[in-house]
Design a protein around this ligand. Structure first.
Ligand code: B4P
Length: 200
C-alpha cells in the first residue's frame, strides 16, 4: 500500500564492506543501534546454521572452513529470506554481502522490487598484515576454524582480492562508494563511519 511504499523510499540501506577482519561485524553492531537499522551478517547466519546442523549449515561449512565463498545461489536465497523477514525495517546494514558481482546485482533487484535501493557502500580500509593479526587473535578464542589457521586466513584475503574487491568499481560507477580508514580505536572508527553516513 501507499504508506509502505512511502516508508520504503526513505530507507537507508548500507553495504558495509572490506576484507575479512576489517571490522565489519564490530562496527555494524554499533551502527545498527545508532541508526535503527536491521543488521544482516551473512557470515553470522551461516554460522547459526552450522551450529544448528541444518542442511544449509552443512553446505556452508564445507566452503567456509577452507576460506572459500559459499556459492552465490545459496547465499542470495538466504539473504533474500532475511530481508523478507524484516519487511517493516527502516533500512538494513548488509555486513559481508555482497561479495561478488552476481550478489550485488541480486541485491539491486531485491531492493528495487521493494521500491528502495542501496544508499551507500562504506568500505573499511585495513592493511593485510593487520587483518592477519586481528583474525589470528580472534582465532585464539572464537572457535572459528577459518580464524585458527594462517593459511586459511591468507586464502580468505586472496579470495577478497580475486572476487570481492571488484565491487568497489561497481558502486563507484553509481557514486555510492565511500572509503573509511579502518585502523584505530573501535569508537574512533564508528565516528568516522557516522560522519559519512550522516552525509547521505
Ligand atoms: P564473515 O562472517 O563475513 O567474516 P569476516 O570476513 O571474517 O569478517 P568479520 O565481520 O567477522 O570480522 P570483523 O571484521 O568484524 O565471513 C566468514 C565466511 O563466511 C567467509 O569467508 C565465507 O566463506 C562465508 N560468507 C559470508 N558471507 C558470504 C557471502 N556473501 N558470499 C559467500 N560466502 C560468504 O572483525 C575481525 C576481528 O578484528 C575481530 O576479532 C574484532 O574484534 C577485531 N577488530 C575489529 N575492529 C578492530 C579495531 N578497530 N582494532 C583492532 N581490532 C579490531
Amino acid at each position: 500500500n501507499a504508506i509502505y511504499k512511502l516508508k520504503n523510499t526513505k530507507m537507508t540501506n548500507l553495504v558495509l564492506f572490506g576484507p575479512p577482519g576489517a571490522g565489519k561485524g564490530t562496527q555494524a553492531s554499533f551502527l545498527k543501534e545508532k541508526y535503527n537499522l536491521i543488521h544482516i551478517s551473512t557470515g553470522d547466519v551461516f554460522r547459526y546454521n552450522i551450529k544448528n546442523a541444518t542442511e544449509l549449515g552443512m553446505l556452508a561449512k564445507s566452503y567456509m572452513d577452507k576460506g572459500q565463498l559459499v556459492p552465490d545461489t545459496v547465499t542470495i536465497d538466504m539473504l533474500s529470506a532475511e530481508v523478507d523477514k524484516n519487511a517493516d525495517a527502516n533500512g538494513f546494514i548488509f555486513d559481508g554481502f555482497p561479495r561478488t558481482i552476481a550478489q550485488a546485482e541480486a541485491l539491486d533487484t531485491l531492493l528495487s522490487d521493494k521500491n528502495t535501493q542501496v544508499s551507500a557502500m562504506i568500505a573499511l580500509e585495513v592493511d593485510d598484515e593487520i587483518l592477519v593479526q586481528r583474525l589470528l587473535e580472534r582465532g585464539k578464542t572464537s572457535g572459528r576454524k577459518d580464524d585458527a589457521d594462517e593459511t586459511v586466513i591468507r586464502k580468505r584475503i586472496k579470495v577478497y582480492y580475486d572476487e570481492t574487491a571488484i565491487l568497489k568499481g561497481y558502486y563507484q560507477k553509481q557514486d555510492k562508494y565511500f572509503g573509511v580508514d579502518g585502523v584505530g580505536e573501535v569508537t574512533e572508527i564508528t565516528a568516522r563511519l557516522s560522519k559519512t553516513i550522516d552525509t547521505l
